[in-house]
Design a protein around this ligand. Structure first.
Ligand code: AMP
Length: 366
């Protein structure tokens, strides 16, 4: 007999979120607006997400007892960062629905697995080759040619663990720089893409299989960290269509229930290559809070709770600017700009490069 279709979780239910950062915080606020409670599980007290909901468990991700108590206290589990240990997600999945499913995490937390997955569904990526040591790296460099970018397979973000190999690069030195003190480091070498611009698409898929995408946006980075998101991206409708089609295919193939940020390069000859997947709300989707009918955070909550997805219609043009470190001290000036919507994350220490907040500057839709 066919299993009955899973039912939506009614408002009043509790959503468990692994991770206590700003993405969890903004998700918890969006959930509260729809009448849900959020319970945050994270290893350190005082994190941004725990400030906006009374329900939290502060424990290590491998603390099975704490995880069991957390599972008992929630109706569904999700995560706001992709480095949740696979064992943690698997353990929770035996007790509660985990959305997106743990296999999505498994794929997205390993760059090699992610690229193999994309290739298997014919979504174009940068040329790449795995490298398990300096000798394999030298072979990969021969295969792909230089320049190229060497990245750690796991735990890399915002350009951390990345080394650019110039045309005459010393691959042994590059390996040492990437691997650092890690003895069992795994690397991936990617062909260097001399891109025209970087774009991203936020895609959501509901429990009923409905897929929605937000329009593609342009992302500008400073020191490898997202600086500004420009909405809409200055691209042709054909490129926008290609980007949305890739995102759609990825969500379907992952059997996604939740939301993914798909980062892409647009090459000078008009190809759209997928660089990276983030299975959670994404920094380049923050503009949706003030530029769309449904924000990415509300859409994420809707998907995870099994509700119908909302409209992704954009009603304004937006420039989203991240406030890094001391930049957040400009809150007074930002608040005096009538076109600006300020979002701060409640972090007490403004370390250089740390994401403290963002501002969405709106203008009429062109
Ligand atoms: P990632 O951690 O993969 O998102 O990379 C961070 C940033 O480094 C990207 O947003 C790009 O600006 C740059 N980058 C990463 N991979 C490549 C590549 N294969 N070619 C050129 N630039 C890259």
């Amino acid at each position: 007999m066919a299993e009955p279709a899973p039912q939506p979780l009614p408002p009043g239910s509790t959503i468990g979120i692994l991770g206590g950062g700003q993405l969890g915080r903004m998700t918890a606020v969006a959930a509260a607006e729809l009448g849900y409670q959020c319970h945050i599980f994270c290893p350190t007290p005082g994190e941004p997400a725990t400030q906006v909901t009374p329900l939290s468990t502060i424990a290590a991700y491998d603390d099975k007892e704490a995880l069991s108590r957390f599972a008992q206290a929630v109706d569904v589990v999700t995560y706001e960062f992709e480095n949740v240990p696979g064992d943690t997600a698997g353990f929770l999945a035996s007790q509660r629905p985990v959305r997106p499913n743990p296999n999505v995490l498994r794929i997205c937390q390993n760059r090699l697995r992610e690229k193999d997955f994309l290739s298997s569904i014919s979504v174009p990526t940068t040329p790449y080759a795995g490298a398990e040591g300096p000798d394999a790296l030298a072979r990969a460099a021969q295969l792909l040619g230089l320049p190229a970018v060497l990245k750690t397979v796991e735990m890399g973000y915002d350009g951390k663990g990345q080394v650019l190999l110039a045309r005459e690069a010393d691959t042994t030195a590059a390996w040492r720089e990437m691997a650092g003190a890690q003895s069992a480091a795994q690397g991936i070498l990617e062909g260097f893409v001399d891109f025209e611009l970087e774009i991203s698409v936020i895609v959501a898929r509901g429990l009923d299989g409905t897929v929605t995408t937000y329009p593609p946006v342009e992302n500008r980075h400073r020191n490898h960290i997202l600086d500004e998101t420009i909405v809409p991206a200055p691209i042709s409708s054909a490129i926008a269509k290609a980007a949305e089609t890739h995102a759609h295919r990825i969500a379907e193939a992952l059997d996604l229930v939740g939301l993914i940020g798909v980062e892409m390069f647009v090459t000078k000859d008009g190809r759209v290559l997928v660089n990276e997947l983030a299975p959670r709300p994404h920094n380049s989707g923050h503009w949706t809070q003030d530029g769309c009918v449904t924000s990415q955070f509300e859409q994420f909550v809707r998907a995870v709770a099994g509700l119908p997805l909302g409209s992704t219609e954009r009603h304004s043009d937006v420039v989203m600017k991240n406030l890094l470190g001391e930049e957040a001290n400009d809150w007074r000036a930002i608040l005096s700009d009538p076109a600006a919507k300020l979002h701060l994350y409640g972090k007490s220490e403004a370390r250089p490069g740390r994401k403290m907040g963002h501002v969405n500057r709106l203008s009429p839709k062109r």
